[in-house]
Design a protein around this ligand. Sequence first.
Ligand SMILES: Cc1ncc(COP(=O)(O)O)c(C=O)c1O
Length: 483
Amino acid sequence: MRDPESLATAEPIYARLAEELSELIGNGQLRPGERLPSVRRLSSQKRVSATTAIAALRSLESRGLAEARPQSGYFVRAAALRVEEPAMTRPSAAAKAVGIDNVMVRLLDASLDPGIAPLGTALPDPAWFPAQRMRRAVAAALRRNPELLSACNHHYAGREALRHHNPPRYADLGCAVAPDEAVVTNGCTEALNLALRAVTVPGDAVAVESPCYYSFLQIVQKQGLKALEVATHPRDGLSVDALEAALGSRAGRSVKVCLINPNFSNPMGGAMPEAEKRRLVQLCERRGVVLIEDDVYADLQHAGPRPLPAKAYDRRGNVILCSSFTKTLAPGARIGWVFGGRYAEEIRLRKFAASGATSAVLQEALAEILRSGGYERHLLKLRRAYAEQVARMSAAVREYFPAGTRITQPAGGFVVWVELPGKADSLALYEKAIGEGVNFAPGPLFSASGRYRNFLRLNCGRMWTPVIERALLRLGQLAECRQ
Ligand SMILES: Cc1ncc(COP(=O)(O)O)c(C=O)c1O
């Protein structure tokens, strides 16, 4: 009998069919306003039942990609591709000390309150993950090794089983990473901390995307570093031209590291074209700048193949790759990793000094789940769920937010970056929204220099419910009032 929670559960036929159609919409073969194939045609062409064809069309409708017209069938939604995006960013040319603690603490505290709609922190819904399967994996790990909790855990670089899991996956993506280069960490956050500490001294500057993930800025601040924000495109990610210019400027002289999300950056969701990743790796190498790549969202593309990490273009060990299972398999386990390239030994020593080993039970439990197979199929389902969430939330923003609102169209991950029109102030909006039980991440959190006051980031990772829809409606109304 099939375990309903098994990671290996097969993908339903209707979902595969919906995916095929959504790819045709995504690549423009089916254009906005065009009629989708009828139920009868779909079922005869694809040899599926009428019920399956209807389910596929409804799934497209719920993702905001299609609309049903009475007596006429399903059509590609006109709004599906006609979305105004924010423009390329134009950050300040100077490296800045960072100060965003206050807003961040409020955002995190609010995310712990079950009475507040969870549009703030970028965390997925627990329901996307196989809780029973995890419970059994923890029990199995302890059965296999009853001393996991009672014996000392000296494996400060990580358990063998987990250290060996990632290299073959990365090898398939063209990355030469070896198990002895890996350190298992407490989430990606520890990996980023260790990587930065290994290659900087206080006072150095770190080039980051603008806007960038607020924890990058926090870590930079807490390590006594400065952030140099670099122009970033909402779809194509960090501008390598802008980075090159920045490194050649006076402010760029103190830049020792470039710290970015090349695939599905947080908060804009952009992914760098492959040729740009190659240029970035070569530029960093030439300028003596270490590239720290945060890869946490890269497995979460909404369609097509998984994009390559920048590490795939690294020939000299100058790219440090950091990631975790937080967005993909077990958000609560806090298991991450770092492949340190030529800084691997330094990072390993720093891990020991910083926090000793990472939880042995949780590493073994995750290794157990990965060994038992089905991870790739679990990822397929998760990608579809995130794609659907992003489409629904984006459709709601278009419907409920003031005219002139712009929104990114990420091709992966589960956050969207929203630009409010006019002189909107997302910090003032935050005060009102939080008072009405709606959390979100105000734009200035994502900048070292207080930019993006008229922007906000929305988490789309939580299951679509009437509560989420009401929260978006209210947020849209409050944003309207501020114009
Ligand atoms: C870009 C990015 N990196 C790292 C993290 C944190 O990863 P972890 O929870 O594994 O420490 C997040 C979480 O939102 C993120 O968005």
